[in-house]
Design a protein around this ligand. Sequence first.
Ligand SMILES: NC(=O)c1ccc[n+]([C@@H]2O[C@H](COP(=O)([O-])OP(=O)(O)OC[C@H]3O[C@@H](n4cnc5c(N)ncnc54)[C@H](OP(=O)(O)O)[C@@H]3O)[C@@H](O)[C@H]2O)c1
Length: 266
Amino acid sequence: MRTWTLGDRVVNRMGFGAKRLGSDPDRATEVLRRAIELGVNHIDTASFYGAFDGAANEQIRRALSPYPPDLVIATKVGPSADGLARPDQLRGLVEDNLRQLGRDHLDLVYLRQHGLRSIAEHFGALAGLREAGLIQHLGLSNVRDVHLDEAAAIAPVVAVQNRYGIGFGRVNDDLVRTTGERGLAFVPFFAIAADAREDGGVAATEAVLAVARAHRVTPAHVRLAWTLHQGAHVLAIPGTGNPEHLAENIAAADLRLTDDDLSRLG
Ligand SMILES: NC(=O)c1ccc[n+]([C@@H]2O[C@H](COP(=O)([O-])OP(=O)(O)OC[C@H]3O[C@@H](n4cnc5c(N)ncnc54)[C@H](OP(=O)(O)O)[C@@H]3O)[C@@H](O)[C@H]2O)c1
């Protein structure tokens, strides 16, 4: 399946992550417009990408507004320059995203938590903003199964975004399965960079290189194809500021891995 329904919004499973857009505005515009031309209709962003100054969001607005009607822009709130925001500060962060993106509501907002035992108060605050019409759909990022149960008792969750990839973040194996069973999207980050995390680049293990050679594609291609083979509910959001990498990443949706490839990749 090439598409997935996030709440009531149909998206192509190969999306785009805005974290690596970079500081050259013309190049960022080129990458974003090319992504739309190539069929991307799910862009993942946050106002804290860059220096907590909304740069990625504003870049998206400059390049793509007025937005195509089928475009789903997913953003995250939680992190602030002073650490994790308090529940009463989340409305201000949502409003920052609305202003930066030039929208009157946000399609999908993840609570991006860290270090919370219970997310109930934070998620409850976002559920209130959903009721108020500022947010269409809610998601969770950087969470465990217990958080998903806690949130689902408060308001509908449509997506979970955690780290995951070949040989990376496999602590989330169970969450990948549970989200699929519950009909929620699982949206992995660092699918290409893996352990290198913020440093970026492509994690090219021996197995990844071998499969890439067999299919005459690149290691990034293999890592993204593997992502999409983890379940119909798994969406890819590769981050790049390079138009050639963008085209290569989107083409990865067409790469069929064999059972042998998948067992070799682990
Ligand atoms: N929820 C969270 O806590 C969280 C955390 C991190 C990221 N995210 C989201 O997840 C998205 C993906 O994460 P990410 O961007 O940090 O990491 P990623 O997608 O795993 O990898 C990005 C790195 O891979 C390189 N790259 C991408 N395509 C390539 C290709 N075809 N060939 C060679 N190199 C390639 C990029 O460099 P180039 O720019 O040179 O292509 C960059 O260094 C982000 O954009 C963001 O939207 C969420």
